[in-house]
Design a protein around this ligand. Structure first.
Ligand code: PEP
Length: 235
């Protein structure tokens, strides 16, 4: 399974290094086989070798250039980063990244062979409009995306569940994941208020290939427990 931590705008580089070192210690001690990804804040990116895969939360679709406030491929290559998160709801909704911009970014990093965690998910009003409207909305987030890309991981993250403590029912997760698996055979993660208290049951859901965790992942011991749950489930 794939267990991923989105550290968002938290933890300095020193703190992120310590966090990743803790994870490495944990993985070594237990000899776990799960794929563990960590997305530190941009200024906390650093070179790393070990079992943990370090990825970028964001980067511009360019090697370098006049894109104030962004980083490009050169900045990722400096640290050997070959994994990127694209389409997170905070990028879509807070920073207004359009599907067109996301597709451009996706294609740029795909051409370079990056592992891409591509996020999809609906806001509350769409959810409340019913299953048909919701699936149509999510389908638009697949437009222009090469769903057969070999290094693609998809994360289904309902916007209303992110950082709110709310989650869909396990049954809803299974229904949506089943539908999304028909769109793409890429590994499909669930994200949105996964905590140490619900991770095991979420991971056990059919068609859930892992989790993308935000706030709860800031506690390294909680994140380690989630990795243990995945190992126990041995899916
Ligand atoms: C996320 O930001 O990807 C996320 C899932 O956040 P949280 O776990 O805090 O809901």
């Amino acid at each position: 399974m794939i267990i991923a931590a989105n550290l968002k705008t938290n933890l300095t580089r020193k703190e992120s290094d310590e966090y990743i070192a803790e994870l490495e210690k944990f993985l070594d001690k237990n000899n776990f086989s799960q794929e563990v990804l960590v997305f530190p804040a941009t200024s906390s990116l650093n070179s790393h070798s070990g079992k943990v895969i370090v990825g970028a939360q964001n980067a511009y679709a360019a090697k370098n250039g006049a894109f104030t406030g962004e980083i490009g491929l050169d900045h990722l290559e400096e640290f050997g980063i070959k994994t990127i998160l694209i389409g997170h709801s905070e990028r879509r909704h807070i920073f207004g990244e359009s599907q067109e911009a996301l597709v451009k970014k996706f294609n740029f990093y795909k051409e370079l062979g990056f592992k891409i965690v591509y996020c999809v998910g609906e806001p509350l009003e769409v959810r409340e409009a019913g299953n048909k409207v919701m699936m149509e909305y999510i389908s638009t987030q697949y437009e222009g995306i090469d769903i057969g890309y070999e290094n693609l991981i998809i994360a289904y993250e309902p916007v209303w569940a992110i950082g709110t403590g709310l989650t869909p029912t396990l049954e809803d997760i299974e229904v949506i994941h089943k539908e999304l698996k028909q769109k793409s055979h890429a590994p499909l993660l669930y994200g949105g208020s996964v905590k140490v208290t619900n991770a095991k049951e979420v991971l056990a859901c059919e068609n859930v290939d892992g989790v993308l965790v935000g706030s709860a992942a800031l506690y390294v011991n909680h994140f380690c427990s989630m990795i243990s749950y995945a190992q126990e489930l041995n899916k």
